[in-house]
Design a protein around this ligand. Structure first.
Ligand code: FUB
Ligand code: ZN
Length: 656
């Protein structure tokens, strides 16, 4: 049993992934360090994510209901009837939302058959297929008499973006046992048209919102069609050539300012930046282009180091939904769009598969627990689009019958005029099992801890079945029982998260009665010679802890935040005495946070102005402040904030 350092990139020298019936893998790289499992290989039961996967059924229903209600599905019927543009509803990118819904449904069906859901899936696909032009073009917003011409507004038109989502949905369907599905045919026809239109000798421009690159790369992999991957590569390389118009936020908004290989950090619109980076990894891996993968890896590392919130959220500028400068991470202005987090997970996952380093899984975990889990309401009927880290005034409940403005909703809203985030949550939750573990030539690697079962197949065909028992992250103990394993030696590699600074312990209970126990540091811990019946217990120290930010994150200087395991915790005013606001609380950093009744508790005081009121002018000699009695205040896991109604909230607590 050893603790190993991160693994170096083997992209250039890797051999192709062994082909077998695909159990539903969102990403299937042709090379890399680790090989993914599929949604059909991992069963998550109960626990933090099991409950959310169950909730996702409601979320999917909710999304379908709202897409119908807002006319975004009916747009396809109008297209098929030839009556557009009259009656078309929704933004120029509304077609993408039914595609993301279909992707979520496809993964969900791959996870668990459901005849009623399958029938709904087929019905939506039929409506979409009927709207496709004979040459493969598919858009309800462009290209018909009375509408703008095809490809006439690549900056803002989102045609290629939408068709990229169509392709990702088709990939989900193809990879879950339906490679001949009508949706796959529709997506393939769209891909053929795009290759013909934007190929080497064709239109040299890109879409103003990266996504087609992702769709083409993965559809190419799924259908064994290299043309699609080559087209994805062309689009990736065309970024930074300035083929799109300059706009008020500059070409960096759509990553058309600097070639992908030359960029040093993610910039511009955060969703666009992440989708592009993810596709660049796909292309780099597929073309054995280690330089491209390394370029994205460097940008990713710097983005994590200087442009990412404690929650894993990204984007600190509302004006363009974009990244700020390095360390410009004001908590009260956090845009942290849910979609940007989903995009960042896509990059993390691809880099994890490419390099094998646990730091990518650490980032994925952080974002899963603190953004993806935060967005949906506990009943599945509301969502956060933006994920602030500080609410100064209690929010107002959104009208349950109206679509909210995207970043305006101060509490979770049932729907938005721009509703990209809810279906992004749905497709992530439906495919979550695929992000839990991988295999390599030596064995199985566990990256995320869930209760359930992993059924893996090693490259030599040997099955490994692992049963997981855990209440993680409420507790730090993970029990792994080996139910099936090959006779030859193999390794079980577990991630000890970077947050686990208190250390971890691994206990191996072997069927012959031998018990071994070792300490482990953050990184990877490897156990071998495991036979059926063996049990491995990983104990991670989830003692709550204070964290401080780099001094350059000026906005939170003099503050601490609290983390427990992968979860960020926050203070809500409903937990303060009287009508105190979170602005009044000063935490005592000398008293470690502790657990009480399942909640993290911190000690501090309420601090108010001695003169009792607000000054007429907030800049003056320091006011005389009065500290109240010491109080212990319970925090709430950030993903649960606002579940008890309107409240002021803050993640970063000023130190008293
Ligand atoms: O432009 C399509 C989507 O709408 C983006 O990804 C989101 O940021 C939202 O603006
Ligand atoms: Zn979004």
């Amino acid at each position: 049993m050893t603790t190993t350092p991160p693994i170096a990139s083997p992209i250039a020298s890797a051999s192709p992934t062994t082909a077998r019936l695909d159990p539903g893998r969102p990403v299937v790289p042709g090379a890399g360090t680790l090989r993914p499992l599929g949604v059909g290989d991992v069963t998550i039961v109960d626990g933090f994510w099991g409950a959310r996967q169950e909730l996702n059924r409601t979320i999917i229903d909710h999304i379908e209901h709202w897409q119908e209600r807002e006319g975004w599905l009916a747009n396809f019927d109008l297209a098929a009837a030839g009556t557009l543009p009259a009656g078309r509803r929704g933004r120029e990118f509304s077609d993408s939302e039914p595609y993301k819904l279909l992707e979520a449904m496809a993964w969900e069906l791959g996870r668990r058959p459901d005849a009623a859901l399958a029938a709904r899936f087929d019905a939506i696909v039929a409506r979409i297929a009927a709207a496709q032009d004979p040459d493969g073009y598919l858009s309800t917003r462009w290209g018909r008499p009375g509408q703008g011409a095809r490809w006439s507004d690549l900056e803002w038109g989102h045609e290629l973006y939408c068709m990229g989502h169509l392709m990702q949905a088709a990939v989900a369907r193809a990879r879950t046992g339906h490679p001949k599905d009508l949706l796959v045919t529709v997506a393939g026809r769209a891909a053929d048209l795009i290759c013909a239109t934007f190929g080497p000798a064709g239109d040299q421009r890109i879409c103003g919102h990266a996504e087609i690159e992702l769709g083409l790369a993965e559809l190419g992999r799924a259908l064994g069609e290299p043309r699609y991957i080559e087209q994805a590569a062309l689009f990736v390389e065309r970024h930074g050539q300035g083929t799109l118009a300059d706009i008020e936020w500059g070409r960096s908004y759509y990553q058309d300012d600097v070639p992908v290989r030359a960029a040093t950090v993610f910039r511009g619109h955060a969703v666009r930046a992440n989708y592009l980076a993810a596709s660049a990894v796909d292309v780099g891996v597929e073309q054995r282009d280690a330089d491209l993968v390394d370029a994205v890896t460097r940008q990713y590392d710097r983005t994590i180091a200087a442009r990412t919130y404690l929650t894993g959220g990204q984007g600190s500028r509302h004006q363009d939904e974009g990244f700020g400068e390095d360390y410009q991470l004001p908590p009260d202005r956090a845009y942290s769009e849910t979609c940007a987090a989903v995009g960042s997970q896509m990059v993390s996952w691809r880099l994890l598969l490419a390099h094998g380093s646990p730091r990518f899984a650490d980032n994925l975990e952080r974002t899963l627990y603190n953004v993806v889990a935060t967005s949906p309401a506990p009943d599945g009927h509301g969502f956060y689009y933006a994920n602030t880290l500080h609410r100064r005034v209690p929010g107002a409940a959104a009208d349950p019958n109206t679509a909210s403005k995207r970043a305006d909703s101060s509490l979770r809203a049932p729907w938005f005029d721009v509703s990209c985030c809810p279906p992004n949550v749905a497709r992530t939750l439906a495919s979550l099992g695929a992000y839990v573990a991988t295999v390599d030539d030596d064995g199985v690697q566990v990256h995320q801890y869930v209760a359930g079962e992993i059924r893996a197949e090693l490259p030599d065909g040997s099955p490994v079945v692992l049963e997981f028992g855990t209440d993680y992250p409420a507790e730090g103990r993970i029990r792994i029982r080996v139910a099936r394993a090959p006779k030859h030696n193999w390794t079980l590699t577990m991630r000890v998260p970077g947050w686990c600074v208190g250390g971890a312990t691994v206990t191996v209970d072997r069927p012959d009665g031998r018990i071994e126990q070792r300490a482990a540091e953050p990184g990877l811990v490897v156990v071998d010679h495991l036979r059926p019946g063996a049990e491995v217990i990983l104990d991670l120290d989830v003692t709550p802890r204070f964290v401080v930010a780099d001094e350059r994150v000026d906005a939170v200087r003099g503050c601490v935040a609290v983390q427990r395991g992968p979860e960020v915790w926050c203070l809500e005013s409903v937990d303060l005495p009287g009508d105190a606001s979170v602005a009044d609380f000063r935490v005592d950093p000398g008293v470690a946070p502790r657990m009480a009744d399942g909640r993290v508790v911190v000690r501090g005081r309420l601090r108010t102005r001695a003169d009792g009121g607000d000054a007429a002018w907030p800049y003056a000699a320091p006011a005389v402040m009065r500290d109240g009695e010491e109080i212990d205040v319970p925090l709430v896991a950030y993903h649960d904030w606002a579940n008890r109604g309107p409240s002021t909230m803050r993640v970063w607590l000023p130190v008293g």
